[in-house]
Design a protein around this ligand. Structure first.
Ligand SMILES: [Mn+2]
Length: 271
């Protein structure tokens, strides 16, 4: 039995199939964990979701694009940046069953025996493991609950439905919103942990005041971190025990798998 991670697929179904072939993935023996952003940008998002949904020993953390899809499905976001790509997925009759499955996916996967965590974008460096688990569970709890729709209004439109106060105070809701941004969107922060959404480039040419989230992460004495979301890194620039496996397949580069047992990388180039 081997554990494999695969980075952001973004609707690149053909490349995903090829990569599973290359690693000789066996659904009865192996485990597959994906870093999220399975969908959008590429044009075979539905095929990707159906494939992952059907595999038995697979899990995926939610990325910002899965959250967008859930918000579209709740009628809160109307469209994604590429309407043709979005429509193909959003108006599919097969989507409902998959959405019900997607809503139950975690924000964070933790393996306490193998000592790794999987997250879409990242964490804050000073977060300890207990805090990380607690923050992820709070988000997962809301997404699974009947308050999910109201929470998406808050997340995407900043509209506060008072039903939400049956769960949390406004301050707590703001913290949860911030934590979602960290888990699903963070690249750099500045000034006491404000997130930067403007500079997407690699750390070599970064503005001096920005700090990549993966510098000085405190849990590395115990855990490794596998993440996606930041394709310009191309698996470089990160410290030991932090693995970026989004290698920009949807941008014409490649799709990456990492085998946990031997830390070997496998690649498929974009067709
Ligand atoms: Mn992303």
């Amino acid at each position: 039995m081997s554990i494999y991670f695969i980075g952001d697929v973004h609707g690149c179904y053909n490349e995903l199939c090829k990569l599973l072939d290359i690693i000789n993935y066996d659904d009865n023996k192996d485990q597959l964990l994906l870093t999220g952003d399975l969908i959008f940008r590429g044009n075979k998002s539905l095929e990707v979701l159906k494939l992952i949904y059907k595999l038995k020993n697979t899990n995926v953390v939610l990325g910002n694009h899965e959250l967008n899809l859930l918000a579209i499905n709740n009628g809160i976001l109307l469209k994604n940046n590429n309407l043709a790509v979005t429509n193909n997925l959003v108006f599919s009759s097969e989507l409902e069953e998959i959405i019900n499955w997607l809503k139950l996916r975690p924000i964070l996967i933790i393996n306490k025996i193998k000592k790794f965590i999987v997250v879409h974008a990242g964490i804050l460096p000073f977060w300890g493991i207990k805090k990380i688990i607690k923050y992820a569970k709070e988000i997962e709890f809301i997404l699974k609950s009947k308050y999910c729709k109201y929470f998406f209004y808050f997340l995407f439109k900043n509209i506060v439905h008072e039903e939400l106060f049956e769960l949390f105070t406004l301050n707590k809701l703001k913290c949860i919103k911030f934590n979602i941004s960290v888990f699903t969107r963070i690249r750099y922060y500045y000034n006491y942990y404000q997130l930067d959404n403007n500079y997407l480039g690699n750390p070599v040419n970064k503005p001096i005041y920005l700090i990549p989230w993966f510098n000085r992460v405190q849990i590395l004495n115990k855990y490794s971190i596998i993440f996606g979301h930041w394709s310009v890194l191309l698996s470089k620039y990160t410290p030991n025990k932090i693995y970026n496996i989004d290698t920009g397949c949807c941008w014409g580069k490649k799709l990456t798998a990492l085998c946990w047992d031997n830390k070997k990388y496998y690649y498929v180039n974009k067709n």
